[in-house]
Write a protein that binds this ligand. Sequence first.
Ligand code: MN
Length: 231
Amino acid sequence: MSYVFAPPAVVSAPVVGTTARLPVHRIYCVGSNYRAHAQEMGRTGREPPVFFMKPADALLPVEAGECGELPYPSLTHNFHHEVELVVAIGHGGRDIQAEHALEHVFGYAVGLDMTRRDLQAEMKKRSAPWCIGKGFDHAAPLGPVTPAAQAGQMGAGEIALSVNGAERQRSALGEMIWNVPEIIAHLSAAWTLAPGDLIFTGTPAGVGAVERGDVLEATCTGLESLRVRVS
Ligand code: MN
């Protein structure tokens, strides 16, 4: 087969313990999944899950021990961090039941759901899609993926984010409104999940703005940390 121009490169993420990489299919995100963050955004925290997507090539994969470069995006004056546990799907499926959901997980990573908050807020006001606030270039920094067997029991850990060494976000993963199996069950009722799908599972309270030159460090129990510098 020939193409009229070169097809796009496969987007991929590093995997702990191997030089083989995880090829990325889609990036799904859960809109609001920690009660305290839902409340800081003006909701009760009891609403059903909200899903949105980022384009796969919005991924900014960062190798273990490295500091990725995150370009400050255009059109915004309020560029926000949201630290999130990210689930990598290894076996696809649809209508997956929560009790079987973890069999579909390849591994976990810590990621950042970077957000042009002013543009997202404007779209919310107009009841319009969030794409311009959430789906821009480099909007999804991601650390190395740890295979599930090595990561252990993810629900028991903590997730945190610091900016220039000062802590901004910290939460037990157990504070999620919808846990990972429930998220996979809900998502796979709406879309057929495929190997390489990434799911950003929502951010705890403490979101806020970053500026050029800031260094963000995202950590999660049992996973490689993620460092990026805003440029
Ligand atoms: Mn988010």
